[in-house]
Design a protein. Sequence first.
Length: 322
Amino acid sequence: EGQSSQREWRGGGGFNPVLRLPAGLGGPWGGAAAPISFREALQYFRTAELSACRKKVRATVRRRGLAALLHFLFGPPRLQPELQGERELALAMAHCGLDDSQRVHMRILQTVYRKLTRSRLGCPRYGTHWEELGFQGTDPGTDLRGTGMLGLMQMLYFVMDARTLPLAREIFRLSQHETQAPAVTPVFLQNFPFCIMSVNITRIVIQALREECLSRECNRRRQVIAVLNDVYAAAFLRLYRLWKWQHKTVADSDCLLKELESSTKKKPKQLLKSLEAYVNRNATADGLQRPSSPSAAGSRAREEMDFTGVCEVELEGESQLI
């Protein structure tokens, strides 16, 4: 409160915030706080006191009866013992909330903002600028409660890796479709809340990890967090392609997220190959291939509707689509 800000809209590139920022606000905002790399942020969590969060982490999704037998006989392999510690760290971060008193948390949040908006300045901790990024309100911490700092860390990875930054910015541009529309109003808008969609994808990745759907790839690469990040980026790439080429709107979000969850759990290798092809091709955003799945048949209601909010996701129990 008591903060004043102006936002300057420029054609073709989204918005560039022009902010007049007071000092303080839970830390040195504006241009004072240096961007943080994913590696530096991860090292912080490796050494941080997360005992309370680690206590909430359970081994795997519990199965009983026939489901347990089928999983034992035909399911994916178990995660190798030497990787359990990294898995535990990832899930502990998912239980770790955004903390204003932790400077690294704030640097991560600021870095995501600056990379997506191309701003050289920071921004206040609270404000409507977070809604422009695709959070539901003025406090990003509220939307992160279902995936914790892992949700924010995956956004950081997306925008700090040179291979995926162009994709992240292209998805962000599409998410603001109404602000990028030409003078003639389009028949329907493809805008969606970018950060809320990101949190949904992280939730899907968390559940896939807990159900051991990613264990085979983790064992092969002898990594966990790197695999989670690549699966996250691959899932976001698939969502982008389906959303753009099949002309999806927020009315389709629930069905699309269900399809994305199924693909992430059942075909993670296929998703990762698609991401690898995208990275190796080094194509521009307009050069992305159309998805092979058929286009939506029949007419569909195109009225505007509110994107479903992020709920309190129970990481260790039955998860529901957000």
